[in-house]
Design a protein around this ligand. Sequence first.
Ligand code: ADP
Ligand code: MG
Length: 245
Amino acid sequence: MTLLAVDRLTKRFGGVLAAKDVSFALNVGEMLAIIGPNGAGKSTTFNMVGGQLRPDGGRVTLAGQDVTGLPPRQVCRLGVGRTFQVAQTFLSFTVLGNVQMALIAHHRQTRRLLANAAAMHREAALALLDRVGMAAQAARPVGELAYGDVKRVELAIALAAAPRLLLMDEPTAGMAPAERAALMALVAGIARQEGIGVLFTEHDMDAVFAHADRILVLVRGEIIARGTPEEVRADPEVQRVYLGH
Ligand code: ADP
Ligand code: MG
């Protein structure tokens, strides 16, 4: 079942064609990777799907609904989640508090009700932390955590909005290889169990080939190859242009 359909998305920045006629579909529960060299247009494509950038041409359809050019808030309400950077978690708040706040925001509760709302969301927040392996650290301030654990909290925060689609632009940047593999395995497990679609980019090719169901190869704004990890790995054009063989 198609969750996300991207049809001929195009974006120019001055003389740079950052994305040219980018088309793909992503199914429910699928892990779809976009790979490509720096400047290939991966983030541009993510930002057009998430509403942070308005495309110059093309269409984005989420579960049959045209969401092209909608602002990020609205795209988020329709079920598209993103993992955010460290700065956007509240470092002095506890792990549990951060996830409770995310649940409060998702349920759009007012500040007047905050104390009650936090108590109300305690169980749900703990359940989310359990899913990402962080329940034991619920009471610690986020600022004290190891980098890989902050990433897990960010994943719990993204899941608090009950997304149908998760956009992850280099989620493991700055992480050690073992932490990276563990985070990607966790995301893949959640995606498959809960039917969440995941669109991700990743520099670590081992992580991509291990966890992507399908891969798109983007070079200078254009998709030059697509397929299963086996198909993409065997593609002579990919080996030449991207993998440097
Ligand atoms: P990637 O994420 O694959 O590294 P990007 O999507 O960030 O690539 O960038 C694609 C191209 O678009 C690059 O040439 C980049 O310099 C250019 N670009 C991206 N964002 C902007 C912007 N806001 N203004 C001008 N040029 C941009
Ligand atoms: Mg990028």
